[in-house]
Design a protein around this ligand. Sequence first.
Ligand code: BV8
Ligand code: ZN
Length: 277
Amino acid sequence: MPGVVDNLKEIAEARRLLGSARRILILTGAGVSAESGVPTFRGPDGLWKTHRPEALATPEAFQADPRLVWEWYGWRRERVGACRPNAAHAAIARLTLGNENARLVTQNVDGLHELALEEAVSEGCSSTGSAERAVPTRAAPIRLHGSLFRTRCTGCDDRTMDRRPVDAASEATLPRCKRCGALLRPDVVWFGEGLDPEVLQRAMRSAETAEICLVVGTSGLVHPAASLPLLTRESGGVVLEVNLESTPLTTIAMSSIRGRAGQILPKLLEAEPELND
Ligand code: BV8
Ligand code: ZN
């Protein structure tokens, strides 16, 4: 089957490039978590199929109906909270822990990259016996769109980790700030909201200095995230893509490998992968 042969050839070439590059930027989207059971946004069974983003992921929507928006985020928090990192998250975690010039920028708010890093560090500790259990800051993902498991106060801007289930039965039961009593909101970036300037700056800096930008599981439709690979390319770097389908980023990629992230990433990044399985 020609597709499979090309795939292996493309994988081997991409693996060679990644093996010889020092500064690598990995940009992920919802597709990297699909095999963990996290619904994507725009795919066939995507979240936006049953919901309209403008009706749920905008400040206006929250203003108009905070109960409906919290109902959706509460459902996603519960759904994602039951998911585990997959082989793609694990391979990326090992790369960013092992290569101090590798950076991860994610559009995802599901926390699975963070979980994979914690698991990789504790695995590393148990094999080397080292007591160091903290994930080095440089290896932690640059989160462009925030986190499902953090809330932000609409009154005093207080931000906290929050994995609690949300009672969206009525406005009266929605989460409120302990400090000032104002309504809390999910600490994510909605459409029409600016990204945290410092976070965006770090992401752009990583894109400009990367020799390779490996784009995994994103439809490449949401900006400014989708412009990061272009920055790498314009700065003389190379873009590689892993996706089930072609995207607007395929045209700027040196190679666009068709396949599932959980299957392809270990082949690209692991020291001794099973190339033929
Ligand atoms: C801003 C909230 C300005 C959190 C999200 C034109 C140009 C530039 C900008 C715009 C423009 N038109 C409109 C805009 C603005 C807008 C935008 O980009 N709109 C798009 C839709 C055109 N951008 C914004 O509003 C941004 N803010 O520009 O602000 C500003 C500046 C200063 C001051 C004030 C304002 C804010 C964008 C953030 C929006 N928030 N989510 C949440 O609820 O999650 S976006 C949402 O889409 C998610 O965050 C998600 O991360 C993001 C991108 O989606 P993907 O991750 O790519 O997921 P998707 O389902 O689309 O695709 C999955 C892919 O995986 C597919 O390709 C599939 O084939 C593949 N796949 C599936 N399974 C697998 C796989 N691949 C491999 N293996 C598998 N197994
Ligand atoms: Zn408050």
